[in-house]
Design a protein around this ligand. Structure first.
Ligand code: ATP
Length: 218
């Protein structure tokens, strides 16, 4: 589904990724571990097309992605949730969700925006109780849920998640974990960067980045 071969990335002269190779199969949950600064965010950002200068082969469903802009990668079925969430904080929960809704496409697992909306409400009942609240007035964990819910509104087939359970309350960590495992059961593939071992125990594979190099098996 996704395959990466020999990916290198640089911030100016400083190389952050060295010859990284990995794959994520259809419906697979793959966890990416590594210490702070190991390159997890850089790798996820490179895959969605917002990373620093990079070289290497990235294939999605057999097609080379390297020259595709981020929006084209998203349209093809890649969904990304950044560590800093990147919400529209002045807008309500509902507005954040509908802003990214788009017509159904062949890459989408769900057929209409209305169905996707119902789906994310079922996954995150907490959000249903605060549909009109500005994102700025939500807790960190609630914002994290909204960020994931917003990405789900685009109907991704592969989720690239940067530390989805980091720095949120234990109750919301459990809700987030359960939602992600539910999505995995439904066949949404995931590559999840995490340091806290919330999802690793449920993953098909755990990859380890060390100083920009892949130590685990691809
Ligand atoms: P963390 O868990 O702390 O976010 P990470 O594993 O996601 O860490 P990255 O954020 O990808 O690691 O960082 C990889 C390397 O790239 C580090 O050496 C970091 O200092 C460097 N780096 C990251 N972002 C930038 C940037 N915008 N400019 C310059 N160097 C950067």
């Amino acid at each position: 589904m996704l395959s990466v071969e020999g990916l290198n990335a640089w911030y100016g002269q400083a190389q952050a990724l060295f010859d990284v190779s990995l794959s994520v199969g259809e419906g697979e949950l793959v966890v990416l571990q590594g210490l702070n600064g190991a390159g997890k965010s850089t790798l996820l950002q490179s895959l969605i097309g917002i990373g620093p200068r990079a070289q290497g082969q990235i294939h999605w469903q057999g097609e080379p992605l390297n020259t595709w802009a981020a929006h084209r990668r998203a349209k093809a079925g890649l969904g990304f949730v950044a560590e800093d969430r990147r919400l529209f904080t002045a807008l309500s929960v509902q507005e954040n969700l509908w802003l990214v809704a788009r017509p159904a496409s062949a890459s989408s697992g769900l057929s209409t925006s209305a169905q996707r909306f119902e789906r994310v409400m079922a996954l995150f009942p907490q959000l249903k109780t605060m549909l009109h609240r500005p994102a700025s007035q939500m807790s960190g964990g609630e914002q994290q849920m909204l960020a994931l819910a917003r990405t789900l509104m685009t109907g991704p087939r592969l989720l690239l998640l940067d530390e989805p359970c980091e720095g949120i309350s234990p109750v919301l960590v459990a809700a987030m974990r359960d939602a992600l495992l539910q999505l995995a059961r439904e066949g949404v593939a995931m590559l999840v960067a995490e340091q806290n071992n919330i999802l690793a125990q449920h993953a098909q594979r755990v990859l380890v980045l060390t100083s920009g190099r892949m130590a685990g098996a691809a």
